[in-house]
Design a protein around this ligand. Sequence first.
Ligand code: SAH
Length: 386
Amino acid sequence: MSTVVITSRGEERIRNGHPWVYRSDVAEAQAEGGATVRLVGSRGRTIGHALYSDKSEIAIRLLTHGNEVADPAMWRTRLQQAIAFRNDLSIDATAYRLVHGEADRLPSLVVDRYGDYLVVQALSQGVDRLLPDLTRILVELARPAGILARNDPRVRLLEGLEQRVDLLHGAVPEAIEVREGAVRYQVDPYHGQKTGLFLDQRENRVAAAEYAHGRLLDAFSYNGGFALALAPKCDEVLAVDISEEAVARIRANAERNGLRNVEARAMNVFDELRELERRGERFDTIVLDPPAFAKNRASVTKALSGYKEINLRALKLLSPGGFLVTCSCSYNVSEAAFADVLAAAAVDARADVAVVEKRMQGRDHPVLMTVPETFYLKCFILRKIA
Ligand code: SAH
């Protein structure tokens, strides 16, 4: 078996519960990229078994500790555990995440369920190489009608892997109908963002519905995730997204669900918030769910000013007694940093604001305690007291 020797600093990271070892902490690698390797410490001790990448800065992704082997039986057991956990959550939806990488001890693997179909993502050389085995196991455990690999995220380039979309099993249609709570969506698994839907917001949509009332603004709406879930609680809904395609989907989804109070506009949210403010419009409920403004550490400062701007404007547009559901999915922006931005926005908006709930990504996307990178989605539900 191939071996990779890591430095004592690499060992220290693993002792602290992090499954990644960076390239700078690899002392010696006698392995091909994508191989499952025996991981050896600086004093020659076997630390465990891991996926090795010869391109990425993340050279090692730990699979097992000590002598436990990382064979297909191990992958099968972990996949089975991941699937059983989701079954136990009794999720009120036919679309949800079955496998969430590191937090399921299945690093760099994502599997989402859309009704009878699975969509997978292989985000490292190691998982990419194992896809035929993983497909076989998933077919056996989940009995899907089809499995699609949405291997087109940009992070694959860091692994020296191509961006591609492949059918791995059975057949997968261009449009899959799924249900989330009472809302029915049509999902395009081949071209939709992420694997088709923003599944990580499901529980935040349910939580937001508890507070939603009056006139709702759903900013960065994509295909209407929040707008459609909250519309039955509201008199009037305005959904805004910059993408014409997304807006067409919001309209189609509103119709599919018989919701007649949803208006969708293709606009840049930054411009639209300014315009709404200029016209003196007011909302009772506002959702801000922007894309990750901080894609890396270098862009954090700029991202914080983006978050500040939209939250400041939203707080101004909000009626007293209204609710702001505000999210950040930048893992480089901590919950504390995001809270600071929200506080600064409240001060500048001259609003008294209370935190009603602090939330995160849904339970099917769990956070691994020792891997801060897995806590990416922060969601605050705020009430404008006055
Ligand atoms: N709230 C959605 C997910 C939003 S994802 C849900 O619950 O499903 C972020 C969305 O923001 C994307 O659809 C993207 O098209 C849109 N977007 C990105 N920049 C934008 C901008 N400046 N103005 C409006 N929409 C934008």
